[in-house]
Design a protein around this ligand. Structure first.
Ligand SMILES: [Zn+2]
Ligand SMILES: [Zn+2]
Length: 272
């Protein structure tokens, strides 16, 4: 039994592909005890997309309460959100966070140089070191700023769409920046997400070792990091809890004993 802290439905996430009944059946199939629904809220998203990337949170909360009431007793639904960071949105997001009874809040960056690398492929022309370092610097801004959140989402997002032979986010690309980021997260009691969709991406690229770089995780631990959260970032039911078993084994092999999840914004530990 485990908890997935990152998922999207098609009801409120522009790129979600599963409805709530598929989310529930996928969670039961993955033997989860709870799942956090984290619909996208990327305000001022800089690209023209068919469906908005910022959901109507009032409508989402209203639906969530109905979903929760109808969910099977063996599966707990938690109310979360994935906020897409931009520098000018901190106060607006903090106001939202105070208006709703979230269980768990992921803060993510989906942008590099102000654009989403999913669309802005030219960003990678700068080379892996420059682009990956820039992305980690953006995460440092999030972690050391005034944003109110629990989990830093997918630190390796920038690798997902990279055209390089090896798209993994290695500690040695920018060790000083990783150290600064981890110190800021640890000092503010935020959790580092291990996003297993990033693992899927590396597998699809034929990577010989698709798990997150052990040096990243060991350095986080050495600096005092204990909060690690697993999220599948599922947009379809078969993505729920994907690669959790291998990832839990891997984290245990690195010396982590527990993962952290959030309920009513308070951390809880669960065995890995
Ligand atoms: Zn994301
Ligand atoms: Zn997501």
């Amino acid at each position: 039994m485990f908890i997935d802290s990152h998922s999207h439905t098609k009801h409120f996430s522009g790129d979600g592909r599963m409805d709530i009944s598929e989310l529930i059946s996928g969670s039961l199939a993955a033997s989860l005890q709870a799942i956090v629904i984290t619909e996208h809220f990327d305000d001022d998203y800089p690209h023209d997309v068919d469906t908005p990337m910022a959901c109507d949170i009032d409508a989402y909360f209203e639906s969530f309460q109905k979903w929760k009431a109808k969910a099977p007793a063996s599966l707990e639904l938690r109310f979360g959100i994935e906020l897409g960071y931009q520098r000018g949105l901190v106060q607006r997001y903090n106001d939202i966070v105070h208006r709703f009874p979230f269980d768990s809040i992921i803060m993510s960056s989906h942008l590099i140089y102000g654009l989403d690398p999913y669309f802005y492929r030219d960003c990678y022309d700068q080379g892996a070191k420059e682009v990956f370092t820039r992305y980690i610097n953006d995460l440092i801004e999030i972690a050391s700023g005034e944003s109110n959140f629990d989990i830093l989402g997918h630190y390796d997002y920038i690798g997902r769409y990279a055209p390089y032979k090896d798209c993994k986010m290695y500690y040695d690309i920018c060790p000083d920046e990783f150290d600064t980021l981890f110190t800021a997260l640890i000092q503010t009691n935020r959790s580092l997400e291990i996003n297993t969709r990033s693992i899927s991406k590396l597998i699809s690229q034929g990577h010989s070792n698709p798990m997150p770089d052990d040096r990243v995780l060991l350095r986080y631990k050495d600096l005092g990091g204990t909060f690690i959260t697993l999220g599948s970032d599922a947009h379809t039911s078969d993505g729920i809890g994907l690669h959790f078993n291998e990832t839990r084994d891997y984290l245990r092999s690195l010396g982590f004993a527990v993962a952290t999840v959030f309920k009513e914004r308070k951390p809880q530990t669960i065995s890995l």
